[in-house]
Design a protein around this ligand. Structure first.
Ligand code: UDP
Ligand code: MG
Length: 315
């Protein structure tokens, strides 16, 4: 039977790792699905790594990957996929907000021949109003720019080996897993799930980190903001033509001294549009700079395996 790899990024999840390892491994064992669980410790500051080692001692089929520092969830997902050996790989959160039972449903759909099974949020679970509003706005913008409906998308999905390899072969440093998995295509279906409440610990996302995440992903996925600069330029040019004609008309009529307010307004408007435009261009240059440097997406400092038990493999 075909093996399922479950990739679980974990950042400061010492309380959740034992639970997640237990729930997922007993569920998959009961269903008779051959599995491995790849925990990626994303530079946690708590005892997450000790918990992963403990889980590897207790249960078979646990792989632990230790980052040298916190590289973020995207990098952790990619590292997990790169270290997974299954015929299909699922990605889920460590906090059990993605119901593990859905894994079985996804696996069965994969057996039916689907290459990508997307987990789609039916409900978003408990969140603060501010978080919900900012997430809502982010997804609206993303849906527009990426042209893929992202409003209910999540990182919870299962991918066939072929799709995983295609994803890993992408050369870019700044990845956005949620959107890339639709971008690569393949035979896709989706499964709805209800986001559960987090049992232990707290969400790692602040509003500020969500804003940074949004900006990064919009820039990583779309050049629309650059085109907006051109559009703004054209609009200001049209305004300039109208005002130019009006000024000339006034000059020839002999009351040219008026219109000081117009001058101030124009300086303010054009000045701010130029600065915003430079900022947008700057964001893209920064991304190009990051990509050109070609640094690795993450660094692995240690890797363990249920069988090898605590054998550090520095890379
Ligand atoms: N996570 C990670 N690196 C980070 C932040 C989060 O690997 O820098 C993991 C975290 O351990 C969890 C998942 O990403 O497994 C989702 O994080 P969280 O539950 O905080 O996000 P939310 O559910 O609030 O979107
Ligand atoms: Mg969560």
């Amino acid at each position: 039977m075909a093996k399922l790899s479950v990739v679980i990024p974990a950042y400061n999840e010492e309380k959740m790792i034992p639970k997640t390892a237990k729930v997922v491994s007993s569920l998959l064992a009961a269903e008779g699905i051959p599995y491995e669980i790849v925990f990626v410790n994303d530079g946690s500051k708590d005892g997450s790594w000790q918990q992963i080692e403990e889980a590897a001692r207790q249960y078979p089929g646990i792989v632990g990957v230790q980052f040298s520092r916190n590289f973020g969830k995207e990098a952790a997902i990619l590292a997990g996929l790169a270290n997974a050996t299954g015929d299909c790989c699922a990605v889920m959160d460590c906090d059990l907000q993605h119901p593990p039972e859905i894994l079985v449903e996804m696996y069965r759909l994969w057996e039916d021949g689907y290459e990508i099974v997307e987990g789609v949020k039916r409900t978003r679970g408990k969140e603060s109003a501010l978080h919900r509003a900012s997430a809502g706005m982010f997804y609206k913008i993303m849906t527009k720019t990426v042209k893929i409906d992202m409003s209910r998308a999540s990182d919870f999905k299962l991918m066939d080996r072929a799709a995983v390899d295609a994803l890993l072969a992408m050369p870019e440093r700044n990845t956005f897993f949620r959107a890339l998995s639709s971008w690569i295509g393949y035979r896709t279906t989706s499964v709805e799930f209800d986001v559960r409440e987090r049992e232990e610990g707290e969400s790692k996302w602040s509003t500020w980190s969500l804003i940074k995440y949004a900006v990064r992903n919009i820039i990583g996925f779309s050049t629309a903001p650059l085109q907006m600069v051109t559009v703004a330029g054209i609009l200001v040019f049209l305004l300039a033509v109208v005002l130019g004609i009006q000024s000339l008309y006034k000059y020839f009529c002999g009351h040219a001294v008026e219109g000081f307010t117009t001058v101030i307004l124009l300086i303010l408007i054009i000045g701010s549009i130029i600065m915003i435009s430079l900022g947008i261009i700057g964001c893209y240059i920064a991304k190009i700079y990051e990509e050109v440097k070609g640094r690795p997406r993450y660094l692995i400092s240690k890797k363990i395996n249920s069988k090898e038990d605590e054998k550090g493999m520095p890379r």
